[in-house]
Design a protein around this ligand. Sequence first.
Ligand code: NAP
Length: 294
Amino acid sequence: MKNVSNQKGSVFEKSSIQALEVSSRRVVVITGSSSGIGKSTAIAFAAAGWQVVATMRNPSSEAELRMIPNVDVLPLDVTNISSINAVFESVWQRFGRIDTLVNNAGYGLMGPFEETSPESIAKQFETNVFGLMNVTRAALPYMRAQRFGRIVNISSIGGRLGIPLYSSYHATKFAVEGFTESLNYELKPFGIDAILIEPGAISTEFLGRSADIAKPQEGSQYRSYFDRVYASFEKASKGGARPDVVAKKIVEVAQTKSPALRNPVGGGAEFLMAARKVLPDCAVHSLVKQQTRG
Ligand SMILES: NC(=O)c1ccc[n+]([C@@H]2O[C@H](COP(=O)([O-])OP(=O)(O)OC[C@H]3O[C@@H](n4cnc5c(N)ncnc54)[C@H](OP(=O)(O)O)[C@@H]3O)[C@@H](O)[C@H]2O)c1
């Protein structure tokens, strides 16, 4: 077993000593596996023969993934550092390798910026940006020690394209894009890639249970605008791609020797990201305005 160390202490060395053997299966750790893209991704990796560590905030309510022999379900909240460290220590001890990390956990804060509280915006960044960074920081000493690894960050078309009423959410996904693009350089010498998945509209709990909606009150000047645009989102979400389309792409990039940095997938993402590249901003804005009635 290779020695694992970082500047902060001996916790990783201790883990490496206790690791009994190295799994013959490739190992993936996924955050936010209780539903949607995360759950589909856990199922897809398991079907491809990987050892899956499906993490979630409330594992006690998970039944489906527990039925799959090569899936372990563990508690992890991306805003809780000790829960994150506990997962990586345990994975290292049990399997002795961490091939891929899928940073999927996230949710969408929606509403007019002016009517969104600073606390809601801070919480949105705590999960979508700082949470993703927390998990990445915990995985890296192990990946550096084994001299390989792939970090797959779930961004969005909203990481390269702003749509109305999602200013805070898009700010987090733009942050994830910049973070990942920069990180990729400094990890390459260790044999580690950091890459982006950019889903379009996907039918999940994103607009349901996972949405934090700052709906303008009656009398707000934003109210009729909000109602109109929100109706367009509901329509797009119902017609969105299935989460297993995204899951398939994630497994594909995890198994590809040299994946692209950016990987748009599903719900019109490929078309929109190609359009973003070639069209001027004014043309992209007209397209978004037309689609969202914004
Ligand atoms: N659906 C789309 O149209 C779409 C498009 C582009 C990008 N995305 C991105 O795809 C990712 C997955 O979203 P989804 O569409 O699959 O929605 P989803 O079904 O609502 O899944 C979101 C997952 O994130 C988890 N989560 C939230 N906060 C967490 C935290 N603090 N710690 C750990 N887990 C946490 C949720 O766990 P709980 O069960 O505990 O709440 C849930 O498992 C997100 O990053 C989202 O931004 C989605």
